[in-house]
Design a protein around this ligand. Sequence first.
Ligand code: GDP
Length: 346
Amino acid sequence: MNLNRVAIHLKDVMGSLKVFSTLTHDARIFVAGHRGLVGSAIVRRLKAYGFTNLVLRTRSELDLLDQAAVRDFFREQRIDFVFVCAAKVGGILHNSLHQADFIYENLMISANVIQAAALYDVKKLLYLGSSCIYPKFSPQPIPEEALLSGPLEPTNEGYAIAKIAGLKLCEKFYKQYGKCFISVMPTNMYGPNDNFHPDHSHVIPGMMRRFHQAARGGASSVTVWGTGSPRREFLYADDFAEAALTVMENYNEAEFLNVGTGEDVPIRELAFTMAQVVGFKGEIVFDSSKPDGTPRKVLDVSKVKSLGWEPRISLEVGLRLSYEWALQTDAFTCSAGARDTQSSHV
Ligand code: GDP
C-alpha cells in the first residue's frame, strides 16, 4: 500500500465539515495534555473544524499537579470547555513497576482540574478514563455497568483506581452541583505522538519500534512480550478525537460512555500485521516471562455508536499511518529518553 495515498485518504475519511452548536467557534477550549497522543489528536480535529480559540499549556507553563497554579489558570483564563487528556500513562511493565507514581499523579491531575473547572464555571468538561478501569474478569464485550463489579487487573491497579476516582469526581460534581462534567472510557489507543520508548510504551509503539529495528538491522528474529494470546482492542487516536467531539457536542448525561471499535485481536495477530507493515520477514518469538496482563479487554460501544459516531480507520491503515509518522519524526532513532514523555501531561 502506498503510504502517501493512505495519508490523503485519512484527510478525506475524517473530513472537516460538521455543524456545532454546543461548542461555539469563539469558545475558549482548554485541551489539557495537548502534546500527548490523545490531546494532540483532539487539537488536530478542533483545528480541522475551524476552532481557533484553543488554550494550550505545556507542563513547564502549567503544572497540573500544582493545585494553586491550576486554580489561578482557570480564574484568569475563563475557560468554556475542557478536554482532560492529561494523565501519566505507560505500558504494562512501566505501569506495574511505578504504581505509586501512577495513582498519585493521576489523582492529583484529575482532582485539581475538575475542582477548578467547577469553581470557575466551565460550561462543559470531558474527562478521559481508560478501559483498564474494568474488573479483570469482566463480561466481554464490557458494558459500562461492569464498573466496580469485581477486582481489578493487578498490573495497572494504581492507574485504574485514579481513573475511577476521576470519573466519579465528574459524576459527583454533575449530581451535587449540576455541572456538565462527563466521562468517556477509551480503549487502547495509538497514533501520532505516541510514546515509542522500548520499555515504557504500550504494545503498538513498543512492538513497532522493536520490529522496525529488527527489520533495519537484518535480525533473524524479534521478541514479543507475553504469550501472544491476550486479546486487545485498538482505536486510532483521530477516530477517538472525533468521538470526543461528538460526545462534547451531543451528550449531556452523568453516565460515562465507552469508546472503542468493539472488535479485538490476539497480540499474536497484531504481531503478524506489524511484521507486514514494517517489512520484517524473520521469526517472531514470544517471551512468556513478560506479563500478559488481562486476558481480554474489548468494550461494548453500543451507547457511543447510538450518538452517530463510528470508527473509520482500520487497524492496518492506522498502523501504516503511525509507522509513517514515526519514520518522519525520527521516533525510533532518537535516544530512548528523548521521546519518552511517559505522560501526555508534558
Ligand atoms: P495493557 O493493555 O494494559 O496490558 O497494556 P500494553 O499495551 O502494555 O500490553 C498489551 C499486551 O501486549 C500485553 O499482553 C503485553 O504483554 C503484550 N505485548 C507484546 N509486546 C509488547 C511490547 O513490546 N510492549 C508492551 N507494552 N506490551 C507488549
